[in-house]
Design a protein around this ligand. Structure first.
Ligand SMILES: [Zn+2]
Ligand SMILES: [Zn+2]
Length: 193
């Protein structure tokens, strides 16, 4: 959310290179993105990352929540002044790009629907999949500005075909392939009826 400093609480050994990958541009995923030197995100949202407009980050939804902060955040941010710091991408990602970090190697999957530039990262060797908000345990959001139900349905069809072991979603607990298929099928049924 960017209410505190994220980089300072990560246990990153000094000198170790860090790649920060944004699964999409929403407020609850990119508030600290600007803290990192190497920033990766999908081309469909590249322009928006450079400016972080409210229309793309959806920060107004956060500002509008009643009693949004239970206590003063570390950096003293007030809800009415809350906005996301611009974080231009240093690497623009597209479908099928590879992010090789040595002990893991992720393929970028473009999974639009929840947002235009939503991506997932799949390690084809271990079957570990970071899905962002394309799919997660909890109610899926397809009715915000920038959402596209037809695109979301196509992404779900695609997710159904994936060979994977474990899904780490943007929200909720992790789950396996059977549960992924259940969530995707439930979504498709609800939007096809
Ligand atoms: Zn989102
Ligand atoms: Zn989210």
């Amino acid at each position: 959310m960017g209410l505190g400093n994220l980089a300072s609480v990560l246990t990153i050994p000094p000198g170790k290179p860090v790649l920060a990958v944004a699964t999409h541009i929403h407020v609850d995923h990119v508030g600290s993105f600007h803290e990192f030197e190497n920033r990766l995100g999908h081309e469909a949202e590249a322009e928006a990352f450079a400016h972080m407009p409210d229309a793309d980050t959806l920060a107004p939804y956060f500002r509008m929540q009643p009693d949004v902060l239970a206590q003063v955040p570390p950096m003293g941010t007030r809800p009415e002044a809350y906005a996301i710091s611009p974080a231009p991408l240093t690497t623009i990602l597209a479908e099928n790009d590879i992010i090789d970090i040595g002990d893991a190697c992720y393929t970028v999957l473009h999974l639009p629907g929840h947002s235009p530039g939503s991506i997932g990262l799949l390690d084809q060797k271990t079957g570990i999949f970071f899905s962002g908000d394309a799919i997660y345990e909890g109610s899926l959001v397809d009715d915000l500005p920038g959402c596209d139900i037809e695109a979301y349905k196509a992404s779900m069809e695609r997710l159904l075909q994936l060979d994977l072991e474990v899904v780490y979603g943007g929200h909720g607990s992790s789950f396996g392939r059977a549960r992924l298929q259940e969530i995707a099928k439930t979504y498709l049924t609800s939007r096809n009826s």
